[in-house]
Design a protein around this ligand. Structure first.
Ligand code: SF4
Ligand code: SF4
Length: 106
């Protein structure tokens, strides 16, 4: 099962809708909703080409750091979900991406 399903297919780490970065950083301190978060590891393929064959990585991404401590799934700046979804089709900047799995803590 992919840890990160990502619709940002123009990201260098994206392969068929899965993230293949070694580790990603979701950012969004004091986020109140999904679009207050972003994937800080986004790299536009136009500038960085494909990185999905990264030799340091054994497969799809399984390391998920996150500064959105207002999210109920955040545990000491790590995400405790088995799987998240990242959205932001055709993003040009990382701020145009977001973690769609964000849920505000009660
Ligand atoms: S936008 Fe983020 S989650 Fe999506 S493929 Fe790129 S680095 Fe991975
Ligand atoms: S679900 Fe929450 S804790 Fe997990 S990456 Fe998304 S915003 Fe961060």
């Amino acid at each position: 099962m992919a840890k990160i399903n990502c619709e940002v297919t123009n990201c260098s780490h994206n392969k068929s809708g899965e993230c293949y970065a070694n580790c990603i950083d979701i950012v969004g301190s004091s986020a109140k909703k999904e679009n207050d978060t972003s994937c800080g590891s986004f790299l536009d393929k136009h500038h960085y080409s494909e990185l999905t064959n990264n030799t340091l990585s054994s497969g799809s991404c399984d390391c998920l750091k996150c500064t959105a401590e207002t999210c109920r799934f955040n545990d000491n700046r790590l995400c405790n979900l088995d799987q998240i979804a990242v959205s932001g089709k055709r993003a040009e900047y990382y701020t145009q991406t977001e973690c769609s799995s964000f849920q505000l803590r009660d």
